[in-house]
Design a binder for this molecule. Structure first.
Ligand code: NAD
Length: 498
């Protein structure tokens, strides 16, 4: 009860400052974004040690996929903020020649960001950056499963950002339940499909807009035209980052039996080259985040098929070796559940047609689809005949690193987009506005709409409404307006004579 009151007061405080327009000015947003960048720059070591403590994330992965990623993102927002905030002016045409129209992006209000544990900084602070850029007040709730990172976020945010407008609440599902008793203007949720449905149910109380960044199974198609050594390296690299606890990690490979044999040999060579003969001793491989997830992944490893590579585990160290599972059936648990760990299944098909049919027949649309092929025709077929949140040819995960690309799922893998301008847009309401001319002349131009109606008035209006697009080439700049002034005047005068 006390928690509920605390949250009510917190959200009320943020809403009061939002309604006082504190977060709207360009200068305020810019300052907060600069402070966010400072937070990243001044706290590298703390961020890295939190990630090490939570899941033994290696220094390189922590730098590249969390800190550097966030720095790039906020630098881009700082650079383009003014541009993103600009009103878009529309060119007017015959229908409303004396008027202006524009699209203004306005902030939504007080938004809630709920994040997962696997990239606890990146998946919390990149949406935060977008929400600040678009002028919102924000409540953040990081995952309780990565407690060191959650604590660091909760400690740093009030030190760098304006506490009237941004706050961090720590805790698990009960805290989310209590928060969602209150009204938010947008919920940005990253996590699992099952919990997303629960969040959606709670959000319905106020019909709150939700962005869902979810997971699922991301397939890889591998055909016989590729250089299998390079393909195996790129697939295993995508699988081994954060030991597969990555939403965009390859989940299973679809290929022929003969490609499978070549892939297994190449994958083993790559793994030994990177991690030495005993992969467990490698500094660069993370651990499973907790015992619950350890057992979940281990059960998947034993749920069907045979181990083709790897296959060892150590419960005490929360270690599961990166493993490839072959001879799986489509009904095996490893082929129906999201893996979200260091296992890669291989599902055999005979042809490209069969692979496309298999991907399209799955109950959920993939978050990502990876296709390895040297054939342009094959690439085109997969691009046009399958659906997925994002796609990459001849590599895995790299699409995530292109700031200008939208990132988001489709169907069960989520809805909504972010990264760069797409994040700004996601937290923005686009208000369409018409600036009507208020002069006598302007009124004469539109005089046909007023009663009493006549057959001629209806004809003129209907002509303008139905055919104005044909005259789109006439844009009413300065000279056009003079022309219209005269034409409108003449037509109005003519109608008055009827
Ligand atoms: P999760 O759904 O268990 O938790 C996410 C957030 O929801 C956390 O803040 C948690 O406290 C909260 N939560 C958990 N259970 C809840 C409940 N019953 N009621 C209310 N709130 C609850 O997800 P996770 O285990 O942290 O992350 C793994 C999932 O997230 C995977 O499915 C993965 O694919 C997905 N994911 C997606 C992306 C993406 O960008 N699309 C990125 C990372 C992870």
């Amino acid at each position: 009860m006390a928690t509920n009151r605390k949250f009510k007061e917190l959200i009320h405080r943020h809403r009061t400052h939002f309604l006082a327009h504190k977060t709207r000015p360009y200068s305020f947003r810019l300052n907060q974004l600069k402070n966010l960048l400072k937070l990243y720059e001044e706290n590298n070591d703390l961020i890295l040690s939190s990630l090490k403590n939570d899941m033994n994330k290696s220094k390189l992965e922590a730098y590249l996929y969390e800190v550097d990623f966030m720095k790039n993102d906020v630098r881009m927002a700082i650079k383009y903020l003014k541009n993103w905030m600009k009103e878009t002016k529309l060119k007017m045409n015959l229908l409303m020649p004396m008027d202006d129209a524009g699209i203004v992006g306005e902030p939504e209000g007080v938004v809630l960001i709920l994040s997962p544990w696997n990239y606890p900084f990146q998946l919390t602070l990149i949406p935060l950056c977008a929400a600040i850029a678009s002028g919102n007040c924000v409540v953040i709730k990081p995952s309780e499963i990565s407690p060191h990172s959650s604590k660091t976020i909760a400690t740093l945010i009030p030190r760098y950002l304006d506490t009237d407008c941004y706050s961090v609440v720590e805790g698990g599902p009960d805290v989310v339940g209590a928060l969602l008793e209150e009204k938010f203007d947008h919920i940005f949720y990253t996590g699992s499909f099952t919990v997303a449905r629960e969040i959606h149910r709670m959000a319905n109380k106020y019909l709150t807009k939700c962005t869902f960044e979810l997971g699922g199974k991301s397939p890889v198609y591998l055909d016989s035209t590729v250089d299998v050594t390079m393909a195996a390296k790129r697939i295993m690299w995508g699988k081994c980052i954060n030991v597969g606890q990555t939403c965009v990690a390859p989940d299973y490979v679809i290929c022929t039996k003969s490609m499978e044999t070549k892939f297994l040999t190449a994958a083993k060579l790559a793994m030994d080259e990177w991690y030495g003969p005993d992969w467990k001793k490698a500094e660069d491989l993370a651990r499973i985040v907790n015992l619950r997830h350890f057992h979940r992944v281990k059960d998947l490893l034993l749920s069907g098929g045979e181990v083709g590579l790897g296959g060892k585990w150590d419960e005490e160290e929360l270690w599961i070796e990166p493993s490839v599972v072959v001879n799986v059936k489509e009904t095996d648990k490893i082929m129906t559940d999201e893996i979200f760990g260091p296992l890669l299944a291989i599902y055999n098909v005979e042809s490209e047609d069969e692979a496309i049919e298999f991907i399209n027949s799955r109950p959920s649309k993939p978050l990502c689809l990876y296709v390895f092929s040297a054939s342009k025709a094959t690439m085109k077929r997969f691009r046009d005949e399958t659906q997925s949140g994002t796609m990459a040819f001849n590599d895995t995960i790299v699409q995530f690193a292109v700031d200008e690309l939208p990132f988001g799922g489709i169907g069960e893998s989520g809805h909504g987009y972010y990264h760069g301008k797409f994040g700004f847009d996601e937290f923005t309401h686009f208000k369409g506005i018409v600036y009507r001319d208020y002069s006598w002349i302007g009124d004469q131009v539109g005089i046909f709409r007023y009663p009493p109606y006549s057959a001629l008035k209806i004809k003129i209006l209907s002509f303008l409404l139905c055919h104005w697009k044909k005259f789109k080439f006439i844009y009413f700049d300065y000279f056009g307006e003079i022309f219209l002034f005269l034409a409108g005047f003449f037509v109005a005068w003519w109608v008055f004579q009827l």
